[in-house]
Design a binder for this molecule. Structure first.
Ligand code: HEC
Length: 241
């Protein structure tokens, strides 16, 4: 009968360590773990796709837009907000001028009469801001037009952040006021200057009257000269070939 020699505890420990080391070579690499590749089909989900739809009501981080008037221009009763929901400071107006000149003036021109360069090249002419209908629209209306577009005008929501959109609205209001202020609204110094200068050619001689508010001409006549004809494509470069 063969008697097995009892294994010394130290030898046993060594054997376990060597085996463990050897097994380490058979580990499952992370890159090989069971997982779905993007857009991989799935047998698990009934719709057969591994990409799961976002559950309704999910809000992305920092995208919780609770302040509805600020983000949409409409209040809780779905009415357009009457006044800009941020304090209109000089800084906001300057930001608005920057935004307006960059994004709106190509069509609406810098004075807001609707004769921007793109329009001179054939794009649909937008209405002037200097007309009663647009003077009377609430501030939220302008925000909504910028956000969602209007007729042929595209939405600028992707290019202009919400705060800059309100700043642009403030600047459009300033443009409107610039063409439609009562003499009495001016500071004394400017009023004197205006009175000295007298009316512009074609303007009512009664400086207490608002321009564009009477029977003296179309509401959008703000003294902007008609757009000069732009040369037809090709015409300008003729003779250079
Ligand atoms: C690509 C040219 C273009 C740009 C840029 C543009 N608009 Fe317009 N906008 C138009 C046109 C064209 C209309 C008239 C649309 C129509 O009637 O189909 C219009 C209409 C409007 C109206 C009048 C809506 C009404 O009730 O008649 C407002 C207000 C307005 N735009 C504001 C802006 C502001 C503010 C910006 C800049 C953030 C801007 N637009 C940029 C082309 C433009």
């Amino acid at each position: 009968m063969v008697r097995l020699r009892p294994v010394a505890p130290r030898a046993l420990a060594l054997a376990v360590a060597v085996t463990a080391l050897g097994l380490g070579g058979c580990r499952l690499d992370m890159q090989d773990q069971p997982k779905y590749e993007p857009y991989e089909a799935s047998k698990f989900f009934p719709d057969g796709t591994s990409a799961r739809p976002i559950p309704p009501g999910t809000v992305a981080r920092s995208e919780l837009h609770e302040d509805q008037p600020y983000y949409t221009g409409f209040d809780a009763d779905d009415q357009l907000v009457r006044t800009i929901p941020i304090p209109v400071t000089r800084q906001v107006l300057e930001r608005g001028r920057f935004t307006y000149n960059a994004f709106c003036s190509p069509c609406h021109d810098r004075a807001g009469t609707g004769l921007g360069m793109i329009v001179r090249r054939g794009f649909k002419q937008p209405p002037t801001y200097h007309q009663d209908r647009l003077r009377q629209e609430p501030d939220g209306y302008f925000f909504d037009v910028i956000t969602n577009g209007f007729g042929q005008m595209p939405s600028y929501a992707a290019q202009i952040p919400v705060e800059d959109r309100w700043a642009a609205v403030a600047y459009v209001r300033a443009l409107q006021l610039s063409q439609h202020a009562r003499l009495a609204q001016l500071p004394a110094e400017d009023r004197e200057k205006a009175e000295e200068a007298g009316p512009l050619p074609g303007e009512s001689t009664d400086l207490t009257q608002l321009p564009g508010s009477g029977a003296e001409g179309p509401a959008d006549a703000v003294g902007h000269p008609a757009a000069p004809p732009y040369p037809e494509a090709g015409e300008a470069s003729e003779g250079e070939h």
